[in-house]
Structure formats: structure tokens, C-alpha cells
Design a protein around this ligand. Structure first.
Ligand code: ZN
Length: 261
């Protein structure tokens, strides 16, 4: 945890992962403003907290801190391209999922559940990072062994038979079920980054819809190539990152060989 974040948490007197306090309210505007400016200048996340139609709402301090901590965790490579052309980020008073397109990232009303904001932000932000970096997953990586995407005409296919219940076979995959399965490389990437972060942090409660009776790391026994891709290529984590974890030597070798690292 950075000193800055620790300072903020001490300042506001609560743990980020607990239910947020009644928000925003006891915090001085200058302190809140410093956090908003920090998200913009350091991570390229420009908050849109009101609009003429009244759909966008201000973020609570707990939400601001969640974004700050998540951006810090994901590391410099993930958000670096946003600094040049900031993402317009807003929370919609209307409910429902999230969306990224054309430098705008919307999250539907998460109410007081910070885990919703956190999960959707990682997913949609990964779409953004991939797009800002020229769709590196689709163009350079997704067809490698262990990732296994193929393009037939304009249609992406995968031996996992995306959109159907998990089937065994000689391929690696995220062990997700048909409710949450990737149907295109971009979705695959967004989910693999999200699961990577959940699993290395052992956030079992956030693994829905996966099997909560298993440890979060079971994800990576099914897809070591994805694990290493996220760690070493997409996030390019330094080895002192709190998210940097290693698989067994045999799995590390297999993934590195698949990726040509
Ligand atoms: Zn998506």
C-alpha cells in the first residue's frame, strides 16, 4: 500500500474494504479535490460527476479510494496510456453493468457495494488499456498456444467453445461457466486480468460465478499461460509488486514457451 493511500485511509478513519461510512460528508472539499486531481494527473482518470441530464453523480470518498487503490495495484503499465488522453469516467445513477468506448467509461449505480465498482472498473478499464495500446492482445498474443484464439474470416473462435458449459479438452481456459464466458478475445482479456487480480489477492468472495469452495488460485492451474501473460506482458508487473506471484517451475516454463518469452 502506498504511503499516500495509507495517509488517506488514516485521514478518513476507515478500512477500504469495509462498508463505506456515510460518505463524502465529513471530508473537507480540498482533501477530496486532491484525490480527484490525483486520479486525473497520475492515472489519467478524469471524473465526470455531473451532466446536464442529471445522470452522472458525484463519487463518494470510499469510491474514490477504491479507484485509487485499484489503479495503484494494477500498476503503471495498465494505466500509463491514459495519462496522455484521459478516460472520462462516470457513475450513472441508473443501474446496470458497465461500458467502455471512445475514452468514456460508465459504471451503472453500484449503490454501496464497492466490490461492484472494483470488478467492473478492472474489466472495463482493461478494455480501455488494450484499445489505447493498439489492441495488443488481439493483434499480437491471443492466437498463441495456451490462449488458442483463431480468426476465421471476421469471426473469432476458440476451442473452449465459448458460451457453452465448460468442456474438457486439450486447451487452457478460464474455468468460467456459460453466464460469464468470453465470446471474443477482448472479453477473454478483460476477464483474465480481473481473475488474475482476484486470485493473487485471494478475494474468494469476488470470484462469482466460479466455485467458491475452491481456492482462488485454482484458476491458474487451468490456464498458466493466461496467468503469465497478465503478469509479464499485459500488466508488466515488477517483481516487487504485491500482485507478482509465481507458479510452479514447470508451469512457468510451459507458459513462457507458449508465449515465446
Ligand atoms: Zn467487456
Amino acid at each position: 500500500m502506498s504511503n499516500f493511500l495509507r495517509w488517506l485511509i488514516n485521514l478518513f478513519g476507515f478500512n477500504l474494504w469495509q462498508r463505506p461510512p456515510p460518505v463524502g460528508d465529513s471530508v473537507r472539499p480540498a482533501e477530496r479535490g486532491a484525490l480527484v486531481d490525483h486520479l486525473h494527473s497520475t492515472y489519467g482518470i478524469k471524473l465526470i460527476e455531473s451532466d446536464p441530464k442529471g445522470n452522472a453523480r458525484p463519487l463518494s470518498v470510499a469510491e474514490l479510494l477504491t479507484l485509487r487503490q485499484t489503479l495503484d495495484l494494477l500498476g503503471e503499465t495498465w494505466s500509463a496510456p491514459f495519462r496522455e488522453k484521459p478516460i472520462h469516467f462516470w457513475i450513472d445513477r441508473n443501474p446496470g453493468g458497465g461500458h467502455y468506448g471512445n475514452q468514456w467509461l460508465r459504471i451503472g449505480e453500484p449503490h454501496d457495494d464497492l466490490s461492484v465498482l472494483y470488478r467492473i472498473f478492472i474489466h472495463e478499464g482493461t478494455h480501455a488499456s488494450n484499445e489505447y495500446r493498439g489492441w495488443l492482445y488481439e493483434n499480437n498474443w491471443c492466437f498463441k498456444n495456451g490462449l488458442d484464439w483463431r480468426k476465421e474470416g471476421d469471426v473469432w473462435t476458440h476451442p473452449r467453445q465459448q458460451g457453452k458449459p465448460l468442456q474438457s479438452g486439450d486447451w487452457e481456459t478460464l474455468p468460467v461457466d456459460s453466464r460469464d464466458v468470453s465470446t471474443a478475445p477482448g472479453e477473454d482479456l478483460a476477464e483474465m486480468v480481473r481473475y488474475y487480480v482476484h486470485s493473487v489477492r485471494e478475494e474468494r468472495a469476488y470470484l462469482w460465478p466460479l466455485d467458491l469452495s475452491k481456492p482462488p488460485t485454482y484458476l491458474w492451474e487451468t490456464s498458466p499461460t493466461r496467468f503469465v501473460f497478465v503478469r509479464d506482458v499485459f500488466l508488466r508487473l515488477p517483481s516487487d509488486s504485491t500482485l507478482y506471484k509465481r507458479l510452479s517451475p514447470a508451469l512457468e516454463r510451459r507458459a513462457a514457451a507458449n508465449l515465446g518469452l
